[in-house]
Design a protein around this ligand. Structure first.
Ligand code: SF4
Ligand code: SF4
Length: 381
């Protein structure tokens, strides 16, 4: 089946520029009226990872939220916005990220995802018992609004990964524990969440993206693009094309291909990929290599083969948010400092995601250092 992904240039977050960019991106795939009808209750799912100012590129930019709300209203729909951030409330994060003043002014309620339910009809392909927030099933239309960012564990966080926030608060930690150190398992969980939620529309905020140590402490980078598609997976594949990496470099794409999702058959509309490719984008050092070793050997060699989180005590303000979010409780406070128990650590890098100071980084195991070169994204070209 062919799906369409539109690519539009948009150089900055000036309100009218973003609105016209959104309109052009959507017109290419059928217009907002294809997705929203009069009277629809439309849920917006932005990236609300952490409450930082919009220019830090951690969250979906308020100008994108504003533009999408306006278009929904023009179609006679009723927008509302929801998420379950890593730390804190959706409302609190939206406030610090400059989104709440927009939603308040435009009469768009913010819903906290704190009502987990087991979906009755829509199931994951492998994981059948993922509890999703009830709000998802009360919406007529779901619009996924991810931010273009790197991700220490999953390489990038785009359309599919953004939906993990539809699992209410502490339940996300349980799924991290379930995935353990296996990137492929985590990719499967993300895909199953995507199959349950089935957003009607995904719009990627790639005007300013994040490279390097994402998704919370990377470097904002001007990319100047908005992408839109009715299919998050196709959109994620086109981002790989734009970054010059193989589509299967992204673990969620790779697992989807293994399950028979077609790799080709995407209709790219608007800008041509070769004309808007992003050169020299800095990927994160991935938390783990696929060494092709037997399971027991990988486990035994965990500390020498895999990267591990480290805290820069000079930068750390001892807030304890890393310990709070750590799924296996592998971070403990010793006097003033936070200390890792690497035996328990599952290398999920949630601590890195939430650290407000960017004090946590990944340190490669010594075997990797002896190899003496940075890990390259598989298939980089
Ligand atoms: S979250 Fe960051 S700043 Fe806070 S205690 Fe952990 S390392 Fe330190
Ligand atoms: S210490 Fe960090 S990387 Fe290790 S399990 Fe805890 S949150 Fe995940």
């Amino acid at each position: 089946m062919t799906s369409s992904v539109s690519i539009i240039k948009c150089q900055n977050y000036e309100e009218s520029l973003v609105l016209s960019g959104l309109r052009r991106a959507l017109d290419l795939i059928g217009g907002i009226q294809t997705f929203v009808k009069r009277g629809d209750r439309v849920l917006l799912k932005p990236n609300l990872l952490y409450g930082k100012a919009p220019e830090r590129a951690v969250t979906t930019h308020p100008a994108i939220i504003r533009g999408v709300i306006q278009m929904i209203r023009e179609e006679g729909g009723f927008p509302f916005l929801g998420d379950s951030p890593g730390i804190g409330s959706a409302s609190g994060v939206a406030g610090r990220a400059g989104i709440k003043r927009i939603t308040d002014a435009m009469d768009c309620p913010i819903i906290e995802f704190n009502r987990p339910v087991l979906p009755k009809e829509r199931k994951g392909r492998i994981f059948k018992n993922i509890e999703i927030d009830q709000t998802i099933f009360e919406a007529d239309v779901i619009i996924n609004l991810p931010k273009w960012k790197t991700h220490a564990q999953m390489l990038l966080t785009l359309g599919v990964k953004n939906l993990f926030g539809c699992i209410p608060g502490p339940r996300k930690a349980l799924w991290h524990l379930k995935a353990g150190e296996d990137r492929k398992t985590f990719a499967q969980i993300l895909l199953d969440v995507y199959y349950i939620i089935q957003p009607s529309l995904t719009i990627l905020d790639g005007i300013i993206g994040m490279e390097g140590n994402g998704p919370n402490s990377g470097r904002p980078i001007p990319i100047g693009l908005i992408l839109a598609s009715g299919d998050s997976l196709s959109l994620d594949q086109v981002v790989c094309d734009l970054l010059g990496i193989l589509r299967e470099s992204l673990p969620t794409n790779r697992v989807a291909f293994e399950q028979g999702i077609e790799k080709d058959g995407i209709d790219v509309l608007g800008e041509r990929i070769k004309e808007v490719k992003i050169p020299n984008f800095k990927f994160p050092t991935l938390s783990q290599m696929d060494w092709g070793l037997p399971d027991f050997l990988s486990k035994a060699l965990k500390n020498v083969l895999t990267s591990k989180p480290m805290i820069d005590q000079e930068i750390c303000n001892a807030c304890g948010q890393c310990a709070e979010i750590c799924p296996p409780k592998a971070l403990v406070r010793k006097e003033k400092n936070l200390v890792f128990d690497y035996g328990r650590c599952i290398r999920c890098f949630c601590c890195l995601e939430v650290c407000p100071e960017g004090a946590i980084s990944m340190k490669p195991g010594w075997a990797l250092k002896m190899i003496g070169k940075r890990l390259k994204v598989k298939g980089e070209r």
